[in-house]
Design a protein around this ligand. Structure first.
Ligand SMILES: *Cc1c(COP(=O)(O)O)cnc(C)c1O
Length: 376
């Protein structure tokens, strides 16, 4: 506890207390992380579904270091190394037409909101109960949780919330003034809530009937997390706009929005000093390279978790795993950490596991054993 206490004391005195935390992580390699006092964990949080290639993957480290030696920043006033190459990759894996980069998921959502407004000429948005889209002033307006949104209202964007899964309710709310409907194909922060495909198909139909854009927020579900590049690819639905972030660059801050043909920002409509910079693009290209090779294994690994945890009725797609454990969730999280496994409590007593996609079968079995011990 000695070293951790140094972090804790500085944090308490000098850092705004917006987070609750009690572990200080100082090192990571593959699926493992170590805290300031040397304790080792299998990391099933992965920086919240970010470190999909594992911590400090040698290919990602190499790409970042090589780029850092060559050019760290130059701004979007110039063509940027790797930016076009990465945009091509992102377009290919999403099947849409053009990409635009940001520094985070929330900024990707802000960009999607702007793009939907400016190209449709419509103003309003519809999103779903328990949905999470970020904490900037724009993305917060389409995020459901009243406790985090209401203290900051008015947010300047009219958004109606419909029960997640309720197509009849959606039909009543979406109208000719709806610029876009935002949906997570699987709700992440809500605790891994997987809707039937018919729900996502229904959203597509309703959007088509009013000329509203379907915006799939794949910030958490994208980049291979569910066993395909995108969660929406488990359905036949093609959204108008897709947002990406968390797993896109192995922990280097980055987000992206991708849109179908005829949906693009024109001169002066959007911009960012840092977005799509050389380091982020290099990190993301290396990340995609690694994920391409491990993607075929992701669903099988999810199945292995499912078999091991079956008595707890887990909700699993690929390596996105949610288990309802109720009020004891924080206690379960703590017990797992004591046993050397990091897991995280999402909303409403839902235990969430989003481990690196490189997790081995032996590690999965170990994690299952620890969770089993903590839950029984
Ligand atoms: C995390 C998340 C965001 C926000 O991303 P930040 O990088 O934290 O701004 C938006 N949408 C979804 C679905 C997320 O999981």
């Amino acid at each position: 506890m000695e070293e951790t206490k140094i972090y804790k004391d500085l944090d308490e005195r000098y850092y705004m207390p917006a987070f609750s935390r009690d572990i200080a992580l100082v090192k990571g390699k593959g699926t493992k992380v170590w805290d300031a006092d040397g304790k080792e964990y299998i990391d099933c949080v992965a920086g919240i579904a970010v470190c999909s290639t594992g911590h400090c993957h040698p290919k990602v480290v190499k790409a970042i270091c090589n780029q850092a030696r060559t050019l760290i920043h130059c701004s979007n006033l110039y063509y940027i190394p790797h930016q076009g190459e990465l945009a091509k990759k992102i377009v290919e894996i999403t099947g849409l037409h053009k990409a635009f980069f940001s520094n985070s998921g929330a900024e990707a959502i802000d960009g999607a909101i702007k793009l939907a407004r400016v190209r449709t000429g419509k103003k309003n948005f519809v999103a779903f109960t328990h949905g999470f889209h970020g904490r900037t002033v724009g993305s917060l307006a389409v995020t459901y949780k009243p406790a985090i949104r209401e203290p900051f209202e008015p947010l300047g964007i009219k958004c109606s919330f419909v029960d997640f899964g309720d197509l009849e309710g959606l039909k009543k709310v979406v109208d000719r003034d709806t610029a876009g409907v935002l949906v997570e194909p699987i709700q992440g922060e809500a605790g891994i809530i997987i809707p039937p495909n018919s729900f996502l198909e229904g959203i597509r139909e309703i959007c088509d009937s009013t000329g509203s854009l379907m915006i799939a927020d794949e910030v958490q579900t994208g980049m291979g997390r569910t066993g395909k590049w995108l969660a929406i690819q488990h359905t036949k639905v093609i959204p108008d706009i897709i947002t990406l972030a968390k797993g896109i660059a192995s922990g280097f801050p980055m987000g992206a929005l991708v849109a179908r043909k005829d949906l693009e920002f024109k001169k002066t409509e959007h911009g960012s000093t840092f977005a799509g910079g050389p380091l982020a693009c290099a990190a993301s290209l290396a990340t995609i390279d690694v994920i391409e090779k491990i993607l075929p294994e992701v669903s099988k690994k999810g199945e292995r978790f499912k078999k091991g945890l079956v008595k707890y009725n887990p909700r699993i797609r690929g390596l996105m795993i949610g288990i309802s454990v109720g009020e004891k969730c924080p206690e379960v999280q703590k017990k797992c950490a004591e046993q050397g496994v990091l897991v995280n409590c999402a909303a409403d007593g839902n235990l969430r596991l989003v481990p690196p996609l490189i997790i081995s079968n032996a590690e999965i079995d170990q994690v299952v054993g620890v969770i089993d011990g903590a839950l029984s």
